[in-house]
Write a protein that binds this ligand. Structure first.
Ligand code: ATP
Ligand code: MG
Length: 431
């Protein structure tokens, strides 16, 4: 027997039942983003490897061990499947001079790739919705981006997603804290794990972000960055908090919320749930005023966030929200040659009127076709036999109990069919 080929570990197929749920989610996402004036941008999945090394940083989990990088066999170029979207978005903004005229509010959604150990909420191909505001120095935009999250949870009917915020100040303010952090962790050297020891001198801030339970105790006792920040940074942070308080948005200040790179600054935030086990962060973001310049552009302030789609959908499913799309309106049952020819015309005519039609294919008797009609989830069966065809009529049968008697059926003229269906749908919506 020929061996079957399986999908790559950690990269999932999204089958139709599930994919319809994704479509619904993406519709909500698009209208939510539009309501804040964000515009879509579509970016390549493959980018030059140096882009990510520069944008994400050499001393990060992603660049050290999670990237799908390869050499293009045809021209020797070093390429990487994007592990996140900010780098590509900023690259595109620089390349096409997007921020020259005016600031930009941009978003994208799609696959990201990271070679991690697959587990619930952590995959090798996963999806993000990414939101980037380029050319705004905040703190108003920071606060707006945070509050956008709150609105989305509302739109999706999710509760229990909690907000954590922190400030990273500016790179210069972090130097003294960095030295204190290194000496503090050196004192506890024997308790550090391998990752932490490796980062101690290259990227000590990143140790605060460790997920290792054994490290949490010493991380809690570490010197706090916030104690080293100047008035300007604190004022920015205070303004963000003020907007949140004015909006009635609860938050927690989490001093362990960090990004380990110099071009991240000021605001960082995460939306977290305790309903997804260890993979509880559904949205993470903050300010990255240094990145555009770091990637070769002018100095342009920026801030953004990314949401993990798989984690949000898991949360939605767990909350028991609507996960199925509406079925088609009509299943078209037909038997006999004159009937089948009329049926094709009827189906196209209904679609002209905006009515969705599943046209029965593959022949078979009325009884078998009606079973398929029932199983399809359609609201109506339109039935055409040769006697109907001769009379220029069809039989319309309600399959669902949406206010109408299920199984009620009536003969209607071909020309009156669309109106009859629309009328019934309107009746349902009213009742
Ligand atoms: P984590 O700490 O969980 O590894 P991260 O800091 O690597 O997350 P970001 O790079 O900030 O994550 O990505 C933003 C969001 O994308 C995360 O909050 C999470 O919801 C989602 N995400 C990140 N990695 C994965 C993955 N491997 N599988 C599924 N979702 C992911
Ligand atoms: Mg990660």
């Amino acid at each position: 027997m020929t061996p079957k080929i399986q999908s790559v570990r950690g990269m999932n197929d999204i089958l139709p039942d599930e994919a319809e749920f994704w479509d619904l989610f993406e519709e909500t996402i698009r209208s939510w983003l539009k309501s804040y004036g964000y515009r879509p941008i579509r970016l390549p999945i493959v980018e030059p490897t140096p882009l990510f090394k520069r944008a994400i940083g050499e001393v990060t989990d992603i660049v050290e061990k999670e990237m799908y990088s390869f050499v293009d066999a045809l021209n020797g170029e070093a390429l990487t499947l994007r592990p996140e979207g900010t780098a590509g978005c900023v690259r595109a903004a620089i390349q096409h001079n997007l921020v020259a005229q005016q600031p930009q509010r941009l978003y994208y959604m799609g696959q990201m790739f990271r070679h991690e150990r697959p587990q619930k909420g952590r995959y090798r191909q996963f999806h993000q919705v990414g939101v980037e505001a380029l050319g705004f120095s905040g703190p108003d935009i920071d606060a707006e981006q945070i509050l956008m999250g709150a609105r989305l949870w509302g739109d999706l009917g999710l509760d229990g997603v909690a907000l954590q915020i922190n400030t990273l100040g500016q790179a210069a303010e972090r130097t003294r804290h960095r030295a204190e952090l290194i000496s503090y962790f050196e004192q506890h050297g024997e308790l550090l794990d391998e990752d932490a020891r490796r980062r101690l001198h290259s990227n000590p801030l990143r140790i605060l972000d460790s997920k290792n339970p054994a490290l949490q105790e010493i991380i809690r006792g570490a010197p706090r960055l916030i104690d080293h920040l100047g008035a300007e940074s604190m004022a920015h942070f205070e303004s963000v908090q003020q907007v949140l308080r004015d909006a009635g948005q609860p938050f927690e200040i989490n001093p362990r919320l960090v990004r380990g790179l110099d071009y991240y600054n000021l605001t960082v935030f995460e939306w977290v749930t305790d309903r997804l086990g260890a993979q509880g962060t559904v949205c993470a973001g903050g300010r990255y005023d240094g990145l555009v310049q770091q990637l070769g552009g002018k100095s342009v302030p920026a801030c953004g966030f990314a949401m993990g789609v798989e984690r949000l959908l898991a949360l939605l499913r767990e909350a028991g929200g609507e996960t199925t799309a509406a079925a088609v309106d009509v299943y078209l049952v037909h038997q006999g040659s004159a009937a089948s020819r009329l049926a094709v015309r009827v189906a196209e005519g209904l679609r002209d009127q905006g009515i969705d039609v599943l046209f029965h294919c593959g022949g078979g008797g009325f009884k078998a076709q009606m079973k398929k009609a029932d199983a399809s989830g359609a609201n109506f069966a339109v039935i055409i036999g040769d006697d109907e065809a001769e009379a220029g009529e069809v039989t319309l049968k309600a399959l669902r109990a949406n206010g109408e008697q299920p199984n009620e059926q009536k003969r209607v003229s071909v020309d009156g069919l669309a109106d009859a269906i629309m009328g019934s749908i309107l009746d349902w919506e009213e009742s």
